[in-house]
Design a protein around this ligand. Structure first.
Ligand code: 6PG
Length: 248
């Protein structure tokens, strides 16, 4: 695995870097191949999605995209908590990804059954490597508690599950979530954490500088064996990093 940590002055510069990553990966596809991406949820990706829709409508070959989610809250798609709704409003309704290439996690259905159904959907549309579905690109966020996707520190065992998608529970709200697990994350060709804001700076430093307890955090377990791992940070999220030159 190769890990790259990039720190950007602004979220627009971070978004521009992601856009270039996407363009390069799509350019490398063979004829007839699709680009599979798992989107993250929460608030951070909104600015990235809006930036892509606004600035890369023509420069990205959206018809090559197969869109999945790394996690989804178990809510209806109309809910303002839905990661699907957020992605549609900030990106997918604004770019020409064919509707049949968008694979929503059905947050409104039974979580256990949906984790199984979604696993089959992902397996059907992605190539596999060592028996594990392989995404071209997985976008991840970082929670202030060190969670990523919807794998929380108190359920870190889910990261190591031999299932590809699991049902998780938000530790505070009790909300059920469907989440990708570590076997799929660590099989991806490219994984990018996008982390912005001062509120994440302590957790970013704990993970990247391996401070006490770092190994018990789900985000610390992300290391795509044969892929590229990017930590894409704005300056505020990186403000507690003091050994940046030794981090990559
Ligand atoms: C979710 C996300 C989750 C998110 C982090 C950061 O469904 O909430 O997938 O993992 O990336 O919680 O969320 P913010 O971007 O809102 O800080």
């Amino acid at each position: 695995m190769r890990k790259v940590i990039n720190i950007f002055e602004t979220t627009d510069e971070l978004s521009q870097f992601v856009a270039q990553q996407l363009i390069k990966q799509i350019a490398n596809l063979s004829e007839g191949q699709f680009f599979s991406i798992a989107l993250s949820g929460g608030s951070t990706p909104k600015s990235l999605f809006r930036y892509l829709a606004l600035n890369y409508l023509k420069q990205i070959d959206w018809k090559k995209w197969l869109v999945f989610w790394g996690d989804e809250r178990c809510v209806a798609p109309e809910s303002n908590e839905s990661n699907y709704r957020m992605a549609c409003e900030s990106l997918l309704d604004l770019v020409p990804v064919p509707k049949e290439n968008i694979f929503r996690i059905l947050g409104e259905t039974d979580p256990v059954k949906e984790a199984i159904r979604y696993t089959e959907t992902v397996k059907k549309h992605l190539p596999s490597s060592h028996g594990i579905p392989q995404f071209d690109y997985i976008l991840l966020g970082l929670g202030e508690d060190g969670h990523t996707a919807s794998i929380f520190p108190d359920q870190i065992q889910l990261f190591q599950s031999n299932r590809f998608f699991e049902v998780a529970t938000h530790p505070q709200s009790g909300q059920k979530r469907i989440s990708v697990t570590g076997s799929v994350i660590n099989q991806a060709r490219m994984v990018s954490f996008i982390v912005t804001g001062e509120s994440k700076s302590e957790m970013v430093a704990r993970i990247l500088e391996k401070k006490p307890g770092w190994e018990h955090l789900p985000a610390s377990l992300v290391h795509p064996e044969n892929g590229l791992l990017y930590w894409l940070l704005d300056k505020k999220a990186a403000q507690n990093l003091h050994k940046t030159d030794k981090l990559n």
